[in-house]
Ligand binder design. Structure first.
Ligand SMILES: [Zn+2]
Length: 118
């Protein structure tokens, strides 16, 4: 399984509330190419469907081996901007490298206000 990060060319959401804007989508899939076909055809996620409707393009900018636990780990910490090579070109870990201790993946189920460690 693979966890993937999409970067939107233009942020989506409510322009009057920057905190409600989304520039990224994180998902996981068994088959990334198939999942991207779902996104492109409007059967993927609400966010990518909204992007399709507004003509906003998006692309896969990073992938990691992992499943729902890793997806959740990244989502809860709001790490996407730091892990996106377009938004964080000088990322010290490199945009395609992520090392997560297993204990952290387990722990993340029990709380949801956590900081991105990167
Ligand atoms: Zn980005």
């Amino acid at each position: 399984m693979i966890v993937y990060l999409l970067h939107f060319e233009t942020p989506l959401g409510n322009p009057n509330n920057p905190r409600a804007m989304a520039s990224h989508y994180i998902g996981w899939a068994h088959d990334l190419a198939g999942r991207m076909r779902d996104h492109r055809s409007g059967h993927g996620a609400a966010l990518t469907r909204a992007a399709n409707e507004r003509g906003i393009s998006y692309q896969v900018v990073a992938t990691w081996p992992g499943d729902r636990a890793l997806e959740r780990w990244i989502k809860l910490r709001k790490c996407a901007p730091r892990l996106c090579p377009i938004c964080a070109q000088a990322h010290p870990l490199g945009p395609f490298t992520i090392h997560l201790p297993v204990s952290d993946l387990v722990q993340v189920q029990s709380y949801d206000r956590v900081e991105c460690p990167f």
